[in-house]
Design a protein around this ligand. Structure first.
Ligand code: UD1
Ligand code: UDP
Length: 358
């Protein structure tokens, strides 16, 4: 069995890491194709180094561009490599342009596809990720659904039952494998002069939020209001897309402490010690739920409803009033929910299934 792992962005590197570790442990023949969609050191290399991942055999260096440009470069780059390497299967994780490009390349030349984190739906077709998810799921042969809910969504879209496997989400594995190391090795709190439960953590990078001046402005207004109301520092590691927009729109964000994106261990430490997380990230909604930190999602919908169902998460959209109202609700909640996203063995389960069937 020969496997090609295709990845290209920060969350894919983090969430694929438990699977890569398992492939290495079992000495399975695999190689990594990095699309190069993310290329800045603190969005890319830092995670390979920190998570001790093997170097990619190929880096397509597609860089940034429009959706069509990124996807097209990935599609033709991945196809060329797959034709040369002829793997039995490619593994993809999530919903980025790298995932869609990899899926389209493989399906057209009849190479099997395993999609990790299959079956998530926001039912919002304005999100580029929603299109990527749907198309990738429908190209895939092995759909690794994180939850029963994701499985039933796939069944509802007429995906044959024997292609769907509920494995849990690999982010649970990644958190469990790294949290203790983060506790022992990280000084992020000290470096930022923060006290446990004495700050809120913010991430905000979605195209629909930060590329829209009114929406980005409205969210920043809401964040400023809660910083003032609770007299809490708001720490915001700024994604490069958002950094670019803050500069273009000349937005000040004076009530937030803006820092560069941090490494995974530092981020885990910041998340687990925050009093509240406010985010539009998929991975951060999941991690805060796993870590027992209440989360406010700065979006109108989520493809991670399990986190809301257990009481770990709430949708605030972009209105300052609603952000304020949600902060009051979430600060008043107990954090004794059970993690609905998996038991930390998703990577092992995925590789078991591949070994049994290929
Ligand atoms: C992408 C994914 C998004 C995911 C996010 C994870 C798609 C459609 N979007 O969004 O689902 O949540 O990654 O972080 O695939 N940039 C850099 N350095 C980099 C990469 C990007 O400076 O290493 C800047 C560039 O100005 C670029 C912008 O960020 O134009 C956006 O990058 P892009 O990869 O297109 O989308 P993301 O917003 O990162
Ligand atoms: N993350 C990180 N450093 C940061 C911000 C986030 O390591 O400064 C990690 C976080 O732990 C999570 C992942 O990045 O695992 C989420 O990625 P992102 O928000 O970029 O993408 P999404 O999950 O929304 O696709």
């Amino acid at each position: 069995m020969k496997i090609a792992v295709v990845l290209g962005t920060r969350p894919e590197i983090i969430k694929m890491s438990p699977v890569i570790r398992e492939l290495e442990r079992r000495k399975i023949d695999f190689f990594i194709i990095h699309t190069g969609q993310h290329y800045s050191y603190n969005l890319d290399r830092i995670f390979f180094e920190q998570l001790n991942l093997p170097q990619a055999r190929y880096n397509l260096e597609v860089g940034s561009g429009s959706h069509a440009e990124e996807t097209a470069r990935i599609l033709s780059g991945v196809e060329k490599i797959l034709n040369e390497e002829k793997p039995d299967i490619i593994l993809l994780e999530g919903d980025t342009n790298s995932v869609l490009g990899g899926a389209l390349a493989a399906v057209k030349i009849h190479i099997k596809i395993g999609h990790i984190e299959a079956g998530l739906r926001s039912y919002d077709r304005q999100m580029p990720e929603e299109i990527n998810r749907i198309l990738t799921d429908h190209c895939s042969d092995y759909l690794f659904a994180p939850t029963e809910k994701a499985r039933s969504i796939l069944l509802g879209e007429a995906i044959p039952e024997d292609r769907i496997f509920v494995t849990g989400n690999t982010i649970v594995d990644a958190v469990y494998q790294n949290l203790e190391i983060a506790r022992e090795r990280c000084h992020a709190l000290d470096d930022l002069h923060l006290k446990a439960k004495g700050y809120f953590l913010v991430t905000l990078h979605r195209q629909e939020n930060v590329d829209s001046l009114p929406r980005f402005t409205s969210i920043l207004e809401g964040l400023a209001a809660i910083a003032d109301r609770y007299q809490m520092p708001l720490i915001y590691p700024v994604h490069p897309r958002s950094r670019k927009r803050l500069e273009e729109f000349d937005l000040k964000a004076a009530s937030l402490k803006l820092i560069d994106p941090v490494d995974f261990l530092s981020f885990l430490q910041l998340e687990s010690n925050a009093r509240l997380v406010l985010t539009d990230s998929g991975g951060v909604q999941e991690e805060s739920c796993i870590l027992g930190t209440p989360c406010i999602t700065l979006r109108d919908n989520t493809e991670r409803p399990e986190t809301i169902d257990v009481g770990a998460n709430i949708l605030a959209g972009a209105s300052p009033e609603r952000i304020n109202e949600c902060s009051e609700i979430m600060l008043g909640r107990d954090n004794n929910w059970l993690n609905p996203l998996g038991d930390g063995h998703a990577g092992k389960r995925i590789v078991d299934i591949l070994e049994a069937r290929l």
